[in-house]
Design a protein around this ligand. Sequence first.
Ligand code: HEC
Ligand code: HEC
Ligand code: HEC
Ligand code: HEC
Ligand code: HEC
Ligand code: HEC
Ligand code: HEC
Ligand code: HEC
Ligand code: HEC
Ligand code: HEC
Length: 308
Amino acid sequence: MVMGFRLKIFSLLLGALYVAGGALFVVNSAMAENGQTDTRSAQCLDCHAASSNVAVHSIDNTVHRDLAGGGNASCTACHGDSQGHLGAPTSAAPDVSFGPRWPADADTRSASCQSCHEKSDQVFWSGSEHQQENLSCDSCHNLHRQRDLDTTGLESQQVCLNCHQQVRAELRLPSRHPIAEGKTTCTDCHNPHGGLGDADLHQVSLNDNCFSCHQEKRGPFLWEHPPVAEDCSLCHRPHGSVNDRLLIARGPALCQQCHAAAFHPSVPYGSEGLPSGSSNQNLLGKNCLNCHSQPHGSNHPSGARLTR
Ligand code: HEC
Ligand code: HEC
Ligand code: HEC
Ligand code: HEC
Ligand code: HEC
Ligand code: HEC
Ligand code: HEC
Ligand code: HEC
Ligand code: HEC
Ligand code: HEC
């Protein structure tokens, strides 16, 4: 008891001598003097005091509070034992630092998280586009903050949009998924930690992603339209478009990417395509959809031409 008390006063005195960088720190010899050699129970918290101007202790309000038993041990669970740093706090980095002064490389930082988070969504991290682009877990997550990412979407979306400027622009186009409105979020479709298929979608294929919300487009249809079963993105953009219904092109142009005009006069523009004198039925509507109203397939017995 008495020893403990005296040590504390000694520490305080020493501490007062070493106010630096906003952090109050105590020289390790205080511990040695006390015959205490287990540096693992290191005094991270003695120096990184609640009063410091960097809000380190706010981590106590997060789910990570009780890691490895809590207190100092929780610090080492992410930052490593950090023997060097304990001995020379102003000149040696902790084993794993996320900066600002001694940021470890991206993979080292992520590895400290992966030691506990290697399952669930994070299983795809290694090899993912984000990992290869040198992002690390803390590019998106804020560990010392009481609320990490708002998983309802809008906040995590801002994190994404900081880097993905082009997508940010797409979200404002006239036709769009209601992403900016918060009804669908980036993470409804993407797993930011990686994925098995293209574009880090939760599903293996793009169509399966669309079907997860637009089930009725899965069919089966009596009369299929082959490109629909193949790839929705042959006609649609996922984030936003200047054309209605997220389409990549409007009106006949959309269909004429694949359908030549030969079989029925479907070229509405250009003088050579105009029938002389009488009006051609197929041109009146201009938009193929006026007649072929079932572009995704038809279940009508006579819907072979996707007209009903
Ligand atoms: C003897 C006092 C002292 C002890 C004990 C101490 N630190 Fe520090 N720590 C400091 C000081 C001072 C700084 C600021 C260094 C600088 O920027 O010059 C710092 C900085 C840090 C940083 C930021 C590094 C960066 O890159 O900016 C982390 C993380 C950190 N300490 C973690 C720990 C952990 C984990 C422990 C326990 C294992 C610990 N510290 C123990 C004094 C201490
Ligand atoms: C769950 C992992 C984790 C735990 C536990 C953890 N840290 Fe951190 N620490 C981080 C990450 C990640 C950062 C980078 C900033 C951020 O994300 O908030 C960081 C940043 C820091 C910094 C630098 C802050 C700055 O901006 O200058 C210090 C100092 C620090 N931690 C000390 C500690 C101490 C002391 C403990 C124990 C109370 C601790 N950390 C527990 C992950 C952790
Ligand atoms: C020593 C084990 C351990 C380490 C290291 C660790 N975590 Fe965790 N983490 C947990 C536990 C336990 C939970 C709470 C249970 C759960 O959600 O799995 C958790 C929860 C989380 C959550 C969910 C938070 C919430 O509010 O629901 C996120 C995000 C997270 N950790 C990210 C990280 C990141 C990023 C790192 C590295 C900087 C990290 N963790 C390091 C054990 C760890
Ligand atoms: C590109 C940004 C980004 C990066 C990088 C990232 N995360 Fe996440 N993480 C998120 C978002 C956004 C969520 C919320 C998920 C949701 O809303 O479905 C999340 C959720 C989590 C969760 C909560 C539980 C879960 O699975 O939903 C954990 C744990 C987690 N991340 C750990 C990690 C770890 C560990 C790393 C590094 C290997 C990492 N994250 C890297 C964006 C990121
Ligand atoms: C720190 C910057 C940064 C943040 C934050 C970030 N990304 Fe990325 N992301 C990149 C870079 C760089 C690439 C690779 C180049 C590209 O495709 O733009 C990438 C690629 C992607 C890809 C394409 C993956 C592939 O396999 O083709 C998707 C999808 C993606 N990010 C989604 C997200 C989501 C969702 C979030 C938010 C949870 C997010 N990103 C946050 C930087 C970031
Ligand atoms: C409705 C599902 C959905 C939502 C919501 C969504 N995406 Fe995507 N995203 C996709 C699909 C599908 C692709 C693949 C497009 C392709 O391959 O043609 C993609 C591709 C990407 C790519 C790769 C580059 C590109 O533009 O093709 C990035 C980066 C990306 N998305 C980021 C985001 C971000 C950031 C958000 C949130 C603001 C978001 N996405 C919301 C479905 C979605
Ligand atoms: C997470 C759920 C979700 C996923 C996944 C999803 N959508 Fe949507 N989609 C919506 C919602 C919500 C709306 C808006 C419905 C409304 O306003 O009535 C919508 C609307 C649309 C619209 C109509 C847009 C308009 O301007 O009226 C199209 C086209 C569309 N989605 C195509 C796709 C395609 C293609 C995919 C796959 C790349 C996809 N969706 C994946 C939720 C989703
Ligand atoms: C051959 C081009 C084409 C392909 C491929 C295609 N669509 Fe469409 N889609 C359209 C057209 C054209 C419209 C507009 C229909 C209208 O305005 O009546 C549309 C409208 C939609 C709509 C909004 C109106 C509605 O019918 O609910 C959704 C949702 C949709 N498509 C989802 C999908 C999904 C999911 C896929 C992939 C399984 C897909 N589309 C593939 C051409 C296509
Ligand atoms: C990505 C290419 C592609 C696009 C875009 C496309 N189609 Fe098709 N369409 C096909 C293919 C392939 C077939 C099957 C042709 C066959 O069986 O000979 C087909 C078949 C059809 C058929 C049935 C023809 C028959 O002989 O049974 C109609 C009608 C049709 N498409 C209308 C449309 C309309 C309307 C649009 C625009 C909304 C459109 N298509 C856009 C590729 C496309
Ligand atoms: C005014 C109505 C109308 C318009 C507009 C129209 N079609 Fe048709 N189309 C039909 C009808 C009716 C048939 C069926 C003819 C038959 O069964 O002999 C047909 C047949 C087809 C076929 C199957 C041809 C075949 O050889 O059997 C395709 C492919 C097709 N249309 C594509 C298109 C495309 C692409 C457009 C737009 C550029 C378009 N149609 C515009 C009414 C229309």
